[in-house]
Design a protein around this ligand. Structure first.
Ligand code: SF4
Length: 396
């Protein structure tokens, strides 16, 4: 699945088309430049650094002959998506902001800047437009999956955040729209670009992949051998009946199978698995639920349970938990010996909080394709959940 087709470039386009520099590693750019440019390929390293580190692409500025500079533009492109809008909310730790970006085919993706205190910001990036996983507590699920993002579209979220919006991004979490492990073709090259020292150069420790528990995806992520990369799973219930109700992925991969693959996922001795648990009043907050979480976590090894108070979207599954309910559940988890961190709610008022990303308008467009979208490449709805063995998203 991960092997590159000889007919496809890294950014998913045909080999003869322009390559998007944002989706390439420095070695790939150098190799492609050598193959395609008889003159001027020697500046590939500088071009790469300027694009990925400073967000600019100007082959004319390196003293090349005009024909050599034009050849760069003929074979390579570097175009960041347009910022459609930015909404923000002030919190104790700083400004939480959501940026909506226009993609080449008229669709949109969203990324969120999360202040983590002490001036450190995390960018929550999307890996897909919409999502087919159908988690009942999630706004994105209501869109269904429109399409996956290419590596360059994933990377572009960071580049726009840094160079167009001036956001100071330290860490990245793949926790925006979409299931990251349902898009390994975009995710894996994006991870390689993010950690390429000749460009963005982020350390693996600063990257976290979040998944609902795609078993094969977790295995393939492990096979990459990125030992410092962080992984978190979205648990939300530790009994099969409730989890299958909340998260259709559990109907095809039960908790026992998830546990088995997570027990085998030990990329380094001190690895700590993130276990995300969305608090849903009247559904998963009882003492029996806390005990089930502890029993699920015990054989896995070191974990950190991230408790996330539910953020109601446009068609809420339930209400947001009260402070007392949150504190009580955290205490129950701790009484079982689990380390717990509470995720402070950020961006709820501007639909930028966890589980609130998604553009319902795009969902309507998807149902009645406009002339624009119907003709745009890649904009067709991908086969929905059935193809992946996941239940249809809830139509609410
Ligand atoms: S929680 Fe994540 S995996 Fe589940 S539907 Fe929402 S975006 Fe998809």
């Amino acid at each position: 699945m991960l092997a590159r087709s000889r007919w496809l470039s890294h950014d998913g386009g045909p080999v003869n088309a322009q390559h998007d520099i944002a989706g390439l590693t420095s070695l790939e750019l150098k190799q492609l430049a050598r193959e395609r440019l008889p003159r001027g390929h020697g500046i590939a390293g500088r071009i790469y650094k300027d694009a990925l580190r400073f967000g600019r692409f100007a082959p004319e500025s390196y003293g090349l002959q005009p024909t050599a500079a034009a050849a760069w533009r003929e074979h390579f492109r570097f175009e960041l998506p347009r910022v459609v809008r930015v909404v923000s909310e002030e919190t104790d730790t700083g400004t939480t902001a959501k940026a909506v970006l226009a993609l080449h085919d008229g669709l949109e993706c969203e990324c969120v800047l999360l202040p983590m205190g002490r001036g450190r910001n995390t960018l929550c990036v999307s890996s897909q437009v919409g999502c087919k996983m159908g988690c009942r507590f999630c706004e994105t699920a209501r869109m269904g999956l429109l399409r996956s993002l290419s590596a360059s579209e994933i990377i572009s979220q960071l580049l726009v955040a840094r160079h167009e919006l001036g956001w100071d991004v330290r860490n990245i979490v793949f926790m925006g729209m979409g299931e990251a492990l349902d898009n390994l073709q975009g995710l894996v090259p994006a991870l390689r670009v993010l950690t390429d020292g000749a460009g963005i150069g982020m350390s693996q420790e600063r990257l976290t992949v979040c998944t609902v528990g795609r078993i094969e995806g977790i295995r393939q992520l492990q096979a990459l051998g990125m030992k410092r990369l962080n992984l978190s799973i979205s648990l939300n219930a530790a009994d099969d009946v409730l989890r299958s109700d909340l998260m259709p992925v559990n109907r095809v991969a039960k908790l026992a199978e998830l546990s088995e693959v997570l027990q085998a996922y030990r990329p380094r001795p001190n690895f700590v698995l993130g276990v995300n648990y969305c608090l849903l009043p009247d559904m998963n907050l009882g003492p029996q639920h806390a005990q089930a979480v502890a029993e699920f976590c015990r054989p896995i090894g070191r974990v950190m349970v991230n408790v996330i108070p539910y953020n109601p979207g446009t068609a809420p599954l339930t209400r947001a938990p009260t402070e007392a309910e949150i504190e009580e559940f955290i205490e129950q988890l701790r009484s079982h010996g689990l380390p717990v961190r509470r995720r402070i709610t950020k961006g709820r008022s501007v639909m930028a909080a966890c589980g609130q990303l998604g553009n319902v308008e795009l969902r309507r467009i998807r149902r009645k394709p406009s002339a624009d979208l119907a003709g745009a490449s890649g904009a067709q709805a991908e086969p929905r959940a059935a193809a992946a063995g996941v239940a249809e998203p809830n139509e609410t």
